[in-house]
Design a protein around this ligand. Sequence first.
Ligand code: NAD
Ligand code: ISE
Length: 338
Amino acid sequence: MTVRVGVIGAGMIGQDHIRRLTEVITGAEVVAVTDIDADRAAEVAARVGARAVATGADLIGQPDVDAVLVTSWGPTHAEHVLAAIAAGKPVFCEKPLATEAADCLRIVEAEQAAGRRLVQVGFMRRYDSGYRELKSILDAGGIGAPLMVHCAHRNPSVPESYHSAMAAQDTAVHEIDVLRWLLDDEIVAVQVLAPRRTRHAHAELQDPQIMLFETASGIRIDLEVFVNCQWGYDIQCETVGETGLARLPEPARATVRSAGTTRTAVPQDWRERFVTAFDVEFQEWIDAVAAGEPTGPSAWDGYAATVITDATVEALRSGRTVGVDMKDRPAFYAGGAR
Ligand code: NAD
Ligand code: ISE
């Protein structure tokens, strides 16, 4: 069965995912594209033999759209995801599921009312082979009980529009999701430290930030978010357990020795660093939709991530340790698979 996909938002990641759906993975076809920039929608649709439609609502209503991909701006996600659920169509939503926790809860409630899983959130790190290897080691007890995790999430630079809260909402949200999954634990409190600012950030931006998370079982996580580090897209994760340590592998790159030095290239952006993870994520999503139900990061994971990022933003603003005020997980989402 070919899953016919409609895409809402033909910007940077939307175009990358359209390329992936049409050129890389199997079992999918892009049949419709929409964007508030109609010229962009028309141009991107034409590239893959799809048609451009006027709005997200029109696209979701098209009879030949079996599944919906939402890659528009974060604040518009909730509206499209709710419309897809109302139409009974599976929907893959790039992170964040919604920018407001209340909207995430509305999605969670709508999905439960629909009685089956329809929503998957684009937390692609769960599909990265390095993170998957770490998870197998932790789950097998390979380093004993995890006690501490040291992480870094570095971007070479960000645009002027990037503001201090985005360090949590846009950037750290990936660690927030992947660490909940990796540790099978919930984040319950957060503190944010504000080191000396780099002169490469614009005046209003607190960069870097050090985020300190505590989980329900008492694991401590320190995360450096540094989005103007200059040298590359650099993702680090090291878990220290009772009997060992497990570190996320660096992406495979040749080591070059010349002119008296040894060099290894550092990826320059998320597309390059996680290209294979995105490919696996989409292949698994399409296969799961064809088989009946998505199995990846759920609407509940999207809600949890938004609640934790809200607490992180408040911790930065207040300088205090902030507790995470999360609802109890409904039985519908029990067991991790949901
Ligand atoms: P972008 O600005 O390049 O593209 C967004 C597109 O959506 C634009 O073309 C815009 O015109 C369109 N759009 C906005 N509102 C719309 C609406 N209501 N209906 C239709 N089209 C609409 O942004 P981007 O970098 O592609 O990011 C898009 C989403 O992907 C964001 O939520 C972002 O957080 C997420 N993202 C995820 C990753 C990742 O690593 N998983 C990386 C980058 C971006
Ligand atoms: C971007 O939206 C992403 O999702 C990237 O993975 C992250 O590294 C970057 O900081 C975000 O702006």
